[in-house]
Write a protein that binds this ligand. Structure first.
Ligand code: MTE
Ligand code: MO
Length: 228
């Protein structure tokens, strides 16, 4: 896998569409393999329910609940803040219904996702003028993601608390995940625990392994000819 992704990374610029399927197979076999082995037992909770597949780059993830969950916003902000789950629930919620699309090809149409606008949390923290990007960290201890500040401020970027009109369960990244609606689902970091405002974009977990940082659905990862 490491070798294949490395080859894919080297070739992506020059070969574009041609190397993308290799990358997709890389992610599919790596994640699919993890799901097949089902080290967490969580796959059973998602009987491919509604077309979702369970993805985690770690073999186990701690559980966080009403009492133990925290979301920390820090970095280049005037007011670093720690939110509890009830703090987040008390803020205005936005519900969106969009297709969820994984870069490997599966899609879940018309999926309601609900949560707090990321822009609201950034505004409340007071983003400094030197800031240019946002980095997301997760309580699985491994996954990271990032957005540019203009991307992060879009109205369709949510800190999601609910999916399919239910509280986010652990398998789907609950109690809180990112939901980057206009981008492939790998941008939507599960088990979100940290939002750090930074000067520049630092590529996330899959991006260090060859995927596009700007992951617009239909316009990235060699998918330009494959808009669906
Ligand atoms: N923390 C974390 N977030 C993650 C991932 C992961 O492995 N770990 N996988 C990403 C990918 S590739 C996809 S397609 C979606 C899968 O979300 P689901 O398990 O709710 O279907 O989560 C994204 N966010
Ligand atoms: Mo994915």
């Amino acid at each position: 896998m490491g070798r294949r992704v490395m080859l894919g990374m080297l070739g992506l610029g020059a070969l574009g569409v041609a190397t993308a399927p290799g990358l997709q197979r890389g992610l599919e076999s790596f994640l699919g393999g993890a799901a097949d082995k089902d080290p967490t037992g969580l796959t059973a909770l998602l009987p491919n329910g509604g077309g979702f597949r369970y993805y985690s780059v770690t073999s186990s993830v701690p559980h966080k609940d009403e009492d133990s969950y925290r979301l920390r916003i820090d970095g280049l902000v005037d007011h670093p803040t720690t939110y509890t789950l009830s703090d987040l629930r008390a803020l205005p919620q936005k519900r969106m219904v969009r297709d969820i699309q994984c870069v490997t090809g599966w899609r879940v149409p018309d999926t309601p996702v609900e949560g707090v606008r990321l822009s609201q949390l950034l505004d409340a923290a007071g983003v400094r003028s030197s800031a240019g990007a946002v980095r997301f960290t997760c309580f699985d201890g491994a996954y990271t993601e990032s957005l540019t500040l203009p991307q992060a401020r879009r109205a369709d970027m949510l800190v999601a608390l609910r999916m399919q009109d239910k509280n986010l369960n652990h398998a789907h990244g609950g109690p809180v995940r990112l939901y980057a609606a206009p981008m492939y689902f790998y941008k939507s970091a599960k088990w979100l625990s940290g939002i750090t405002v930074t000067s520049d974009v630092r590529p996330g977990y899959w991006e260090e392994r060859g995927y596009d940082v700007d992951a617009w659905v239909g316009r990235s990862n060699g998918r330009d000819d494959d808009v669906t």
